[in-house]
Design a protein around this ligand. Structure first.
Ligand SMILES: [Zn+2]
Length: 132
């Protein structure tokens, strides 16, 4: 089960507590020890995955720094592209250096939230209206 789970698991935000988690087969394994979905295996894997520094060569054209305290209480700084920020539920999604990939950060853990100003809601898809 565990190996299969790891193969299929996707990184998600825990629906119960907003911490990094993984989910597969309708089951959530959360990395927050205080959470009802906590899994030591998920936490171990996250720690192992966190060990190497993120790679990439992405540089934000219009950078904004996000101060963030993660679920382990570790203060981190993310340099994000200001234009990429949007708010969804109680998270802010931002494209960050150096990976150029969007990450979701819980607003309650962003310690300089008021510096970010008004973050717009998730942009509507600009796809053509399919006329439903
Ligand atoms: Zn959780």
């Amino acid at each position: 089960m565990s190996i299969l789970f790891s193969l299929f698991a996707k990184q998600v935000i825990c629906p119960a507590c907003g911490s990094p988690a993984r989910a597969a087969f309708g089951k959530t394994e959360c990395t927050n020890t205080a959470c009802q979905y906590f899994s030591q295996d998920a936490l171990n894997r996250l720690r192992a995955k966190d060990a190497p520094a993120p790679r990439g060569s992405y540089h934000a054209a219009n950078p904004v720094t996000i101060d963030y305290r993660n679920y382990l209480g570790i203060q981190k700084k993310f340099v994000a592209e200001r234009g990429s920020l949007y708010a969804i539920h109680n998270h802010i999604v931002a494209v960050v250096e150096p990976t150029g990939k969007p990450i979701a950060l819980s607003k309650t853990r962003i310690t300089n939230l008021n510096w970010l100003g008004d973050v717009p809601p998730k942009p509507k898809k600009t796809k053509k209206n399919t006329g439903k």
